[in-house]
Design a protein around this ligand. Structure first.
Ligand code: ZN
Length: 242
């Protein structure tokens, strides 16, 4: 079973379409979406519609629930809050209902999948470093948990009593005696300094995980953000990848 993990599309249709084309070349058996299909970008409805054509295995992100009105935007920064208000006004009733219905976590082939953290996912906490990961490992039973939310690809490895964070260089072979928290990065707004879209592929048959980076038409996505009247900061951010 080969699974593609995608996340944090954030209404960026150019990035999402490029990632969907790339996933086709990977010949995966399944796609899992780890949340935040909307917020920040200019094509929320189109991204939801494209998502529906590639998978039904989806969890909610904080932006999804906020745009659907299922949670408040109190903790959002001003640019994010404005983008949620704009997004919410654009969404069709059907798409809003779909976002509203997304669960906070799911388990597929013994892989735990959440947007933020497995314990109290509705608090939308981040796993940024080894200290965060060490605490999180205590809160779930499965060997492997896929997360998103930080927009930074990462892999955290628990082996006996130590937790380490590793850069995902090329391919990583997962060891049967270790546990893992894996972040597949962001399709529509990467923040690790690389502006290309990011997603992950896990091949259960050989226990291998790798990250894929995809170039896309960034200039078009930026133009649409500005034309929609969303913040310049959001248009600038996707080009710097921070
Ligand atoms: Zn996000």
């Amino acid at each position: 079973m080969k699974i593609a993990f995608i996340s944090d599309v954030h209404g960026n249709l150019e990035a999402f379409a490029a990632v969907c084309a790339s996933i086709k070349d990977e010949h995966v058996d399944r796609v899992v979406f780890l949340g935040d299909i909307v917020g920040y970008g200019a094509n929320p409805n189109e991204c939801i519609e494209l998502l529906r054509t590639i998978t039904e295995h989806c969890v909610a992100g904080n932006h999804d629930w906020a745009a659907a009105g299922r949670q408040s935007t109190e903790t959002f920064n001003p640019a994010a809050r404005d983008a949620i208000e704009w997004t919410s006004a654009q969404l069709t009733a059907e798409n809003k209902a779909l976002l509203m219905s997304l669960p906070l976590s799911l388990e597929i082939n013994q892989l735990l999948c959440v947007h933020a953290t497995p314990f109290m996912p509705q608090k939308w906490r981040y796993v940024f470093n080894e200290c965060d990961a060490e605490l999180i490992f205590e809160t779930f039973m499965q060997r492997i948990c896929f997360v998103a939310h930080t927009h930074c690809p990462a892999i955290f490895i628990e082996h006996e009593d130590t937790t380490v964070m590793r850069e995902i260089s090329s391919q990583v072979t997962l060891h049967p005696r270790c546990r893992y928290i894996i972040n597949c990065g962001s399709v529509g707004q990467p923040r690790d300094g690389d502006n290309r879209a990011s997603y992950g592929v896990f091949d259960a048959s050989c226990s291998q995980y790798y990250l894929v980076r995809v170039d896309y038409d960034l200039a078009s996505a930026q133009k649409k953000i500005l034309r929609a009247g969303l913040s310049d900061f959001l248009a600038h951010r996707i080009s710097v990848g921070r």
